[in-house]
Design a binder for this molecule. Structure first.
Ligand SMILES: NC(=O)c1ccc[n+]([C@@H]2O[C@H](COP(=O)([O-])OP(=O)(O)OC[C@H]3O[C@@H](n4cnc5c(N)ncnc54)[C@H](OP(=O)(O)O)[C@@H]3O)[C@@H](O)[C@H]2O)c1
Ligand SMILES: *[C@@H]1O[C@H](CO)[C@@H](O)[C@H](O)[C@H]1NC(C)=O
Length: 310
């Protein structure tokens, strides 16, 4: 037994060392170039999507920016092109306006429009999303469905509609901005957490199915980011929550997260978890010691209810 252990321990340590060295080398490498690639970003009118637009534009990508709000999309296009007048050889982003919660047919029509911008798509960044605040007892099923439509059915309809062209070219990259709530569920956000768990599962399946076509899939799972996400969240009856949560206000800067997205595209990462040590630990505890995770979440639910009752 001792002799077996004596062989196993150095083997494991050596293996770990090799993995760390490999990851370090990966980090040091620049990765694939972004220049001239066609990058589609949904939800480009605010928050993380808008920062991704800035970051990928600076990397000289050809952008297709999507959202519902034409005026705010125009603002960002104007900002990007205004900065270009001093620099040469930049592209003017293409804009495609559509609602992800529309029918799959409408989303497929938007996909056609997206393809017509540059004839093909290299990178699709499924970023648009909406959050939910409200308890399960009160939240209307229609709200549960609406959040699912925007966060899950819309993005998968868009992805499916753009895939055939990527498959034909044997090249492409699909990124999805999920959330740490795609891995652990936090009380009073049931619709959101459920939509992100569904997202994680779908894109894990997609990654495996697309490998033979040389199409990459990246699931990005951030913790809190300082955006208007909670302000724009829907409550139990579908009305706007309209509160900038403290947790969100104290979150990471969207421009830092956008840099991480760029890095993930360059390095073709399969999965990126962008959370602090405590939330990251929670992801592992959910798997390794679920009873403890459930206790912590129940206490969090009690506390949040209490603060609402006061
Ligand atoms: N903020 C965080 O703490 C956090 C943490 C983890 C993950 N995330 C994820 O990050 C992504 C970006 O969110 P954000 O934080 O940047 O929030 P945000 O500022 O509220 O931006 C959401 C974007 O999604 C678009 N959108 C919403 N509903 C849509 C619909 N039905 N059809 C088309 N576009 C729609 C909005 O554009 P229009 O209004 O123009 O349609 C907007 O550009 C989301 O997937 C979110 O779940 C955020
Ligand atoms: C939040 O919304 C306000 C008002 O629409 C907007 O001016 C601001 O740019 C938004 N912030 C982010 C980070 O998207």
């Amino acid at each position: 037994m001792e002799r077996v252990m004596g062989g196993v321990v150095p083997l494991v340590l050596g293996g770990l060392g090799l993995v760390l060295l490999y990851r370090l080398l990966q980090r040091l490498q620049q990765g694939a170039t972004i220049q001239d690639t066609v990058v589609v970003i949904t939800g480009a009118s605010s928050g993380l999507g808008r920062e991704c637009a800035r970051v990928f534009h600076a990397a000289k990508a050809r952008l297709v920016l999507c959202g519902r709000d034409r005026a705010r999309l125009q603002d960002i296009v104007q900002e990007l092109t205004a900065a270009d007048s001093q620099r040469q050889q930049m592209y003017t982003p293409c804009m495609v306006i559509f609602d992800l919660s529309d029918t799959a047919e409408m989303v497929a029509m938007a996909a056609k429009e997206i393809l017509s911008c540059y004839g093909h798509v290299d990178v699709l960044i499924n970023n648009a999303g909406i959050s939910h605040r409200g308890n399960i007892l009160e939240t209307h099923i229609s709200v549960q469905r609406d959040v699912m439509d925007t966060n899950y059915f819309g993005p998968i309809a868009l992805t499916q509609a753009l895939l055939p062209s990527m498959v034909r070219r044997r090249s492409g990259h699909v990124v999805v901005i999920s959330s740490i709530q795609g891995k652990i569920a936090i009380p009073y956000r049931s619709a959101y957490a459920a939509s992100k768990h569904a997202t994680q599962a779908y894109f894990d399946c997609l990654r495996a199915e697309m490998e033979r076509y040389n199409i990459q899939v990246t699931v990005v799972s951030p913790g809190y980011i300082r955006t208007n996400l909670s302000l724009n969240a829907v409550t139990w009856d579908g009305s706007k929550y309209g509160v900038l949560d403290k947790t969100t206000a104290l979150g990471r800067e969207p421009k830092d997260v956008a840099q991480e997205v760029l890095k993930a595209v360059r390095h073709r990462s399969k999965e990126v978890l962008l959370a602090g040590p405590l939330p990251t630990l929670a992801v592992y505890i959910r798997t390794l010691c679920p009873a403890l995770f459930f206790k912590v979440m129940a206490s969090r639910a009690r506390k949040e209810q209490k603060s609402k009752d006061e």
